[in-house]
Structure formats: structure tokens, C-alpha cells
Design a protein around this ligand. Structure first.
Ligand code: NOJ
Length: 717
């Protein structure tokens, strides 16, 4: 069917619809499999039969989906099919690393591949839309949702946004293995004050446009079918009702004609925000801003008829939303084939293939934070291993927050992974302490095991519910008695490798100073244990990097690499310079930090042309040599800085990345290209422009001045 045919069909339907049916198309209810807000306000089957339901969330599985869809198609007056949305965030049944972890792979091809697989599995269970990718730039480890994000960098988040949209949606939304992507949460949610969930956001307009908004533009340009406005506000206006952003910017300026889906109950929450006096006002505000689908507030079904009567909205406003919802259904092919998932597509080989990708994604996401005395890798199997700590043998925790359709018992725990890698070794697991609580009785037996072991693997961290939505922590360190336990283990002087599981950087500076080896394992999903074993044994040389600055202490937050210069840069000898008197300015680990089992050296940075004009592309080249003894993959990062502009520019901004795989002793030149508009800045009126003058180019592994090579070019008018 052509677009024109779709349009004709939609207009015909619209003409036949009664008001209740129109509003019904804008109503989304949960089937209650997973709930992230106030409970079920209405019985969805009853609503559906009355034509008062247009889409559902949290329902999947072919038999159930077919049953509900059949009612929509056969028992409602107009027979309009439903679409089914779910939070397929980092995999569906096969679970991939959480987004923050996967972002650390710095690998768009991988990001797209894992989204593609998630879409195949989700679509096979009848789903037609995912509430992903989450592309909120996140710079505050107190905020639990940093786990769902690509971290602190705007450029990196843009690349992830594009890759995920492409992966979920495939080439054609109507294909049986495609699902619609929802770019969320537009925008600025990551800046909630003090990292407290759902709190106020205080941002400059510049920060909003420069840092938080671009990933959404990238998602729209990549064809994202849907957008979810954030729960939060911007200068007092909740995004759910933000005409300036939703309608004027995203729809009018960017040309987004897809569907806007409110967050869970967010339309009703406009009353709690204090900008709507009742549900009718709330419904009118959201509708006027262009929010098409009301998730779980029933503000549209209950409030819009009243709003119409009061003249707060016009029928044409409602029609515009209905058209977009029907257009999405048409694009998904639902009018032609409402049951899209018919033939079983998930063969045994397919599952195996998906697990293999999960293992690869997981090992590519593990960051080697510390490796003193080359403690890792452990090439020959130790005779006795003590696997200690509360997270060593607890498969379901590997799911992380937002587990899709993942099943805890199908995850590979660290214990299972190490046992598979070292079948001859004796591996004793003991928790020692729990993640939470004050029980000490397990400490002594665990220490006894440690004493007798040739290697101690210490698995510490947070439980998966402690990050993700509503997982803000004011003290993002190791909960419970884990510090005490870890100290006691390290005091024994045995060789210790720490596996840190978390949805955020954890502030445990003492541990990083004392432990010989620490791996950031985040939540790695289905193949967690195998991936960790691959890294520990050296079968995989770690290549992941931190997509977020890792603070020493909570008091440094917000801390991120792309900061503006100060008029008084830090000078340890001068009191009146920008610094703390009780703590260094430097983080524990910089953005881009991540060790390897080999050593890469950078040299000979060059950039051409030296005089850059508007239509030019800058070619940047650097030589990278593997000076160590292991083969490995290096991620080369390219940063820029505009040292003198009409507005102060960040000290570094990521603008490019490349991968190079090198055998020991091998050297290669790596080429990155940069279109001139990478240097465009927003001027004082927030209009993009190129300003002539010198531009600095930095290349290296991480956002640390001493790790970067520098050259410069000149932008000429
Ligand atoms: C609330 C979350 O903010 C959003 O990200 C999610 O998609 C919805 N709940 C639906 O589960």
C-alpha cells in the first residue's frame, strides 16, 4: 500500500468515527505485567469492546495478543487493530548489557545489532512498539536511570539513538520482525535536581538545546516512529504540556510527524505539577502540545469530552492526534495483518545465534578499571578459586533493570561462567554478606575459603532494583556491609579480582586504591558469566571504555568532561582558583577510561586541510601502535575545542570515534573524518553558526589532557 492509500483509508475511518472512538484511539492501558505508576484505572477488555482503547502496554505473547487483537478487530464497531508497546530496553528474551554498559563498547554496529535482535524476539511475541531507546544524556550517578542511558556525552548518545532506531525498526516498519521505536524522554529528564527521581529540572536554554535535545533530533532524523515526552519540567512547564518544544520545535521545525506517547500517567500528573486544575484541563494541555497517546492516565477518555464542551480543545485537535495514531498502525501494517506474529520465527539456531551476540556484547561492555601488577588476565586455571560476595552466584541479578521478557534462571551467573571456563578448578562460592542488611555470620566461612584459595574473585555491587527508574541513591557506594567484608578479604593478602555490578558508577575510592584488579561489569545480561570469564581468562582482551565520568565522591557531582573553562582554572598554589579545598577536582576515572591487556601508543596526529572552509571535510589521521604483548582492539576518540568563540565553548567535545584492531607490535594509521558543521556552535541567540578562527583537534583514548595528542586547523570564512 502506498502512503496515499493509507491516507485515504485513514480519512475514511476518521469520517466514520464517533467522538468516543476517536478518543479511544488515543487511550493506552496496561495489561499489568509490569507497572511503573498508579494501578489499573479501568478494565481494558471492557474499554476495548466499547471502542475506547487504541493501544496497550505490558502485554506480549502470541496467544494473549491474538485474543486481545481479535476482540479489537472483530468485536469493535470499526475493527481498528491495537498496537502493543513494551519496554524492550536492552533485549527481550535474550538480554543484552544495560545501555550504560553497552554504550561503553563505543560501537554503533553492535548497538544496532542488539536492537535488531531485541526487535525480532519482541515482534515474534506480538509486540509492535518499544519504549526505547532512552536517550537522556545522564551526568548524575545518583539518578538510577543513568543505567538506561548512554551516559554523559551528547555526541555518543546521538550515535546510539540512530543505531537503536535503525535496529528496532529495520528497513520497513511493516515487516514482521520490525517494531516501532520510541525516543524517550524528551528532554532534560537526566538533569533532575540532585539526581532525585522525577524532581525539578533547572537547565539553561543553552544546555537544553546543546546537550539534551540533539539526541532526539538524531532519533527523528533516523526515522523514530514515536517520541515520549519526559515526566519532568523545563523552567516550570512539564514537557508533557510543552508547546514550545513538542509542537514548535519537534513537530514544526524538525518535521516529526510520528506519534507522541505520554509517559505513564503523566497527563494526569499535570495536576500535581500545578499547571492544570482538573483532568479536563490536563487533557487539553497535553493534547494542545501534540501528545497523541495518553498512557495510563485515562485523562483523554475522561477529560477530553469535558475539554471539548468547555472549548479548551477543538475537534480538529483531536482529529490530528487520531490521524497520527492511525498512520502509525498503517505503517506497522496492522490494518492488513493485525496479528503480525504468525509463523514461529524463533528456531533453535536463532536462539543460539542471539546468545552468541549477547556474549560478544557483554564482553565488549566490561570495563577494566584497575589492573595493578598485571593481575589480569589469569591465563592458567587456578587450582582453587574462592568466589565471594553477594553477587557471585545470583543469576537473576544479571538481568539488570528493565529486563524485558528475560528470565532470571536463563542468565549465566559469574559462578556458572567461571566454572565453565575452568572445569578442572575447584570453585567454592560463598556470599560472605548480603548486598543489604547487617548479617555478619557469613563473613568468617567466606574468609576461610579465601585463605585456602589461589585466587579470590570478589563480586560486589548493587542489586538490580537499586538502579533504573525510581532507583535514585544519595549515597551511591557499596550498600550494606560490603565495604567491611571487602576490606577483610583484601586484608588477607590473597590475589583478588573484583567484579563490580552496578547500574551506575559506584563511589568506592578506597577499593580502587587497594584492589589489584577491578572490572566494571554493570549488568551484562544473559551471558554475563561467560563474558566475565572470557575477560578474566584473557580469551577476550577488554576494550570497553567509560561512557561516563566516574567520580571519587558524591560531592563532585555533577562532574563530566565536557565542561566550560573557568576564568580561574585550578592552580594548586593559588587559593582563589576553581577547586575544592578538601578533594581533587579530578574524577576517579575519566570519560573514556578503560584498560587493556596490551598498551597502545598514539603518535603523529595530523589534520587536513589546514585552512578549513564551510563545505570541506576535515581528515584527521593518527598512528596507533600496539606496544604490548596481546592483540587487542583500541577505540580512538576524537575531540574538538573552539578556543575563542562568541560564547565560551567546552574544553573538549567528542566528535568522532574509530576502532582499530592491532596484533602485538603492529602499527596502523587511523583516519577519521569530520564534516565542517561538526564545528558549528549555537550563538548567543541559540542559532547554529560557524565562526572563523582556530580550532583545536584532540585525539586519544580518553578525555584526559595528558592522554591526548593535539593539533589545530583554521576555519576560514
Ligand atoms: C515510566 C517510564 O518513565 C518510561 O520510561 C516507561 O516507558 C513507562 N513507564 C512504561 O513502562
Amino acid at each position: 500500500m502506498t502512503r496515499q492509500d493509507h491516507a485515504t483509508r485513514i480519512e475514511k475511518l476518521l469520517a466514520a468515527m464517533m467522538l468516543g472512538e476517536k478518543i479511544g484511539q488515543l487511550n493506552m492501558l496496561t495489561a499489568d505485567l509490569a507497572v511503573t505508576g498508579p494501578g489499573m484505572p479501568a478494565d481494558y477488555m471492557a474499554e476495548l469492546k466499547k471502542g475506547r482503547l487504541g493501544s496497550m502496554l505490558n502485554l506480549y505473547g502470541v496467544p494473549l495478543m491474538r485474543q486481545v487483537q481479535r476482540v479489537a478487530v472483530e468485536e469493535t464497531r470499526l475493527g481498528i487493530p491495537l498496537f502493543f508497546g513494551y519496554d524492550v530496553v536492552h533485549g527481550h528474551r535474550t538480554v543484552f548489557p544495560i545501555p550504560l554498559a553497552e554504550a561503553g563498547a563505543f560501537d554503533p554496529e553492535l548497538w544496532e545489532k542488539t536492537a535488531r535482535i531485541a526487535a525480532i524476539e519482541a515482534a515474534a511475541e506480538g509486540l509492535t512498539l518499544t519504549f526505547a531507546p532512552m536517550i537522556d544524556v545522564a551526568r548524575d550517578p545518583r539518578w538510577g536511570r543513568i543505567a538506561e542511558s548512554a551516559g554523559e556525552d551528547t555526541w555518543l548518545t546521538c550515535r546510539l539513538a540512530e543505531a537503536k532506531v535503525k535496529g528496532f525498526q529495520g528497513k520497513n516498519l511493516a515487516a514482521q520482525d520490525a517494531i516501532a521505536a520510541t525516543a524517550k524522554h524528551l528532554a532534560g529528564y537526566g538533569a533532575v535536581m540532585a539526581g532525585r527521581e522525577y524532581a525539578q529540572v533547572e537547565l539553561s536554554e543553552r544546555a537544553f538545546h546543546e546537550i539534551y535535545l540533539p539526541p532526539f533530533r538524531a532519533a527523528v532524523a533516523a526515522g523514530a516512529a514515536a517520541i515520549m515526552p519526559a515526566f519532568t519540567d523545563l523552567a516550570g512547564v512539564p514537557l508533557t504540556a510543552h508547546v514550545g518544544i513538542l509542537r514548535d520545535t519537534v513537530r514544526a521545525r524538525w518535521g516529526f510527524d510520528g506519534v507522541m506517547i505520554s509517559d505513564y500517567n503523566a497527563i494526569a500528573e499535570l495536576m500535581a505539577h500545578g499547571i492544570a486544575g482538573d483532568l479536563a484541563e490536563a487533557a487539553a494541555l497535553a493534547l494542545k502540545a501534540g501528545v497523541d497517546v495518553d498512557m495510563m492516565a485515562t485523562a483523554y477518555t475522561r477529560g477530553l469530552p469535558v475539554a471539548l464542551e468547555r472549548g479548551l480543545v477543538a475537534m480538529s485537535d483531536i482529529d490530528a492526534c487520531v490521524r497520527r495514531v492511525l498512520a502509525l498502525k498503517a505503517a506497522l501494517g496492522l490494518f492488513d495483518d493485525p496479528y503480525r506474529a504468525q509463523a514461529p520465527v524463533m528456531t533453535a539456531e536463532r536462539w543460539t545465534e542471539h546468545r552468541a551476540v549477547a556474549r560478544d556484547a557483554a564482553r565488549r561492555s566490561i570495563v577494566l578499571l584497575v589492573n595493578r601488577n598485571d593481575r589480569l588476565p589469569i591465563a592458567s586455571p587456578p587450582a582453587r578459586v574462592a568466589l565471594l560476595g553477594p553477587l557471585g552466584d545470583i543469576a537473576p541479578e544479571m538481568l539488570g533493570p528493565w529486563s524485558g521478557a528475560g528470565r532470571g534462571e536463563e542468565m549465566v551467573s559469574y559462578a556458572a561462567g567461571l566454572r565453565a571456563a575452568w572445569p578442572q578448578s575447584r570453585i567454592d562460592a560463598a556470599r560472605g554478606v548480603e548486598v543489604e542488611g547487617e548479617a555478619r555470620s557469613g563473613i568468617k566461612p567466606a574468609l576461610d575459603l579465601a585463605r585456602a584459595a589461589d585466587l579470590v574473585v570478589l563480586a560486589l555491587g548493587e542489586l538490580r532494583w537499586m538502579s533504573g527508574e525510581a532507583g535514585s541513591r544519595a549515597k551511591p557506594g557499596l550498600p550494606g556491609l560490603q565495604n567491611e567484608f571487602a576490606r577483610a578479604v583484601l586484608d588477607l593478602g590473597r590475589p583478588v579480582v573484583v567484579l563490580l555490578s552496578s547500574g551506575r558508577p559506584l563511589m568506592v575510592p578506597w577499593l580502587f586504591e587497594r584492589a589489584e584488579a577491578v572490572l566494571a561489569c554493570w549488568y551484562l545480561g544473559s551471558e554475563a558469566g561467560h563474558a566475565v570469564a572470557d575477560v578474566v581468562t584473557g580469551r577476550w582482551n577488554p576494550s570497553a571504555r567509560l561512557p561516563v565520568t566516574w567520580p571519587v565522591e558524591v560531592g563532585q557531582i555533577p562532574i563530566f568532561y565536557s565542561r566550560l573553562p573557568t576564568g580561574r582554572p585550578i592552580d594548586p598554589t593559588f587559593r582563589y582558583s576553581s577547586k575544592y579545598i578538601d578533594m581533587p577536582n579530578e574524577p576517579m576515572f575519566a570519560f573514556g577510561h578503560g584498560l587493556s591487556y596490551t598498551r597502545f601508543a598514539y603518535s603523529n596526529l595530523r589534520a587536513a586541510p589546514a585552512q578549513l572552509r564551510e563545505k570541506d571535510t576535515l581528515a584527521v589521521e593518527v598512528d596507533v601502535a600496539n606496544e604490548g604483548r596481546a592483540a587487542g582492539e583500541e577505540t580512538v576518540l576524537l575531540f574538538v575545542r573552539d578556543p575563542v568563540a562568541s560564547v565560551s565553548r567546552p574544553v573538549l567535545e567528542l566528535k568522532g570515534m574509530a576502532k582499530v584492531f592491532l596484533a602485538p607490535g603492529e602499527r596502523r594509521s587511523v583516519r577519521l573524518s569530520l564534516a565542517c558543521d561538526a564545528f558549528a556552535i549555537l550563538d548567543a541567540k541559540l542559532a547554529p553558526r560557524l565562526e572563523p578562527g582556530a580550532l583545536e583537534i584532540y585525539v586519544g583514548p580518553a578525555a584526559r589532557a595528558e592522554a591526548l595528542l593535539k593539533t589545530s586547523v583554521k576555519l576560514v570564512a
